[in-house]
Ligand binder design. Structure first.
Ligand code: OGA
Ligand code: NI
Length: 368
């Protein structure tokens, strides 16, 4: 095990070597946007080229992303809810859910503990900060390619796996003290909610009950984004245009606006709704549904007034899971759009293509 995982538990007796490592980390951590953002101007390395910067356009934030009341799925309106989710996933690739069954207290505690994490003094985060992509739990800034990317993103990120919980929890941040307890409870609820939504989708697609259980939804990862107030939101992005490579994402976006979805070539804003989750279709659901569900490109913009903290809960297949268009969807009048592949093959290509939509899916498409 990497010594940095466990040094927090060694109190003040840790060997000098480890203390030096911690000091080294504190130096590297100065790259975090949250350590220097109070400087008044936006550094050149954060300025996006004109064609990808958000500019000063006013983006509509009207309620174009459908809002689904999940409590209705428990009653006689279930068929209507299934239809609504199916249509939203086909048209937008995005929807919000309300009355989702996750307790409001738990959601508030979770958001608070995420915010507290980013507000910790540097020495309490130093053990988690890492530029080593192999570290399962790490705090970093911008993207995984900070040192090679052309433009940096205006965000800091904490990312860690959630499954299997008993193993993963040991590498989660030891501070804030309630982090592990609260986030463990949250990850269980987020997975349950994800499975409920997947069940409704499989009902709508006619795939039968339990289709997305087991290996297709086995892996879960939490990815927290922290976007400090930005001196010029028109020139930079918190997260650049991408599709999520996984199966389904459950996003807790809090009460600060910043998420935009590309629909028919136009950006539309996703209004923060009280006690709601934003749900979006990942590449794997698009493929399994043979393009009946859409994985939409999205991005996060910054703002100059308040920090924004969000948490994406990514539900993905296990690395060795075979992905292919569901056999029952393929018939005489429908041919498969994609070939079968192992999920890890997709991920490797996605990382290599840096999330470019066309290039991410091209090697998996069947032609003719
Ligand atoms: C992501 C993402 C959007 C947001 O983490 O994949 O799209 O609003 N985040 O933070
Ligand atoms: Ni995303």
């Amino acid at each position: 095990m990497n010594p940095l995982y466990c040094y927090e538990s060694l109190h003040h007796n840790y060997p000098k070597q480890i203390k030096d490592l911690k000091n080294l980390n504190i130096q590297e951590m100065e790259k975090l946007v949250s350590s220097w953002f109070n400087n008044k101007t936006l550094p050149q390395s954060y300025i996006f080229p004109p064609e990808t910067r958000p500019g000063n356009h006013v983006i509509p934030r009207c309620n174009t992303i459908p809002v689904v009341d999940l409590s209705k799925a428990l009653a006689y309106e279930r068929t209507a809810v299934v239809q609504q989710i199916l249509e939203a996933s086909h048209e937008f690739g995005f929807f919000q859910v309300i009355n989702h069954g996750v307790s409001e207290n738990l959601v508030n505690d979770t958001m608070n503990v995420f915010k507290e994490f980013f507000e910790l003094p540097a020495e309490d985060k130093a053990g988690i900060y890492s530029e080593d992509l192999k570290r399962p739990c790490r705090l970093y800034t911008s993207s995984p390619n900070f040192n090679s990317e052309k433009v940096h993103l205006w965000r800091d990120s904490l990312r860690h796996p959630c499954h299997p919980l008993k193993e993963c929890i040991k590498v989660w941040p030891p501070k804030p003290t309630r982090y592990r307890e609260i986030v463990a409870a949250y990850s269980i609820e987020a997975k349950k909610l994800g499975l409920r939504i997947l069940e409704l989708l499989s009902e709508g697609l006619g795939l039968g009950s339990g289709f997305f259980g087991n290996k297709l939804s086995e892996s879960t990862v939490l990815s927290l984004n922290h976007y400090p107030p930005c001196p010029d939101p028109s020139l930079t992005l918190g997260v650049s245009k991408h599709c999520d490579p996984n199966l389904l994402t459950i996003l807790l976006q809090g009460d600060v606006y910043g998420l935009q979805v590309l629909k028919d070539g136009e950006w539309i804003g996703v209004e923060p709704l009280h006690n709601a989750f934003v749900v979006n279709i990942g590449h794997q659901l698009e493929i399994i549904s043979n393009n009946k569900l859409k994985s939409a490109e999205h991005r996060a913009v910054t703002n100059s007034k308040v920090a924004r903290t969000t948490a994406a809960f990514f539900i993905s297949p296990s690395d060795d899971c075979i992905i292919e268009p569901a056999k029952s969807l393929i018939g005489t009048d429908e041919s498969p759009v994609y070939r079968a592949f192992e999920f890890k093959e997709f991920l490797l290509n996605y990382i290599y293509m840096e999330g470019n939509f066309e290039k991410s899916v091209e090697p998996f498409k069947l032609h003719g």
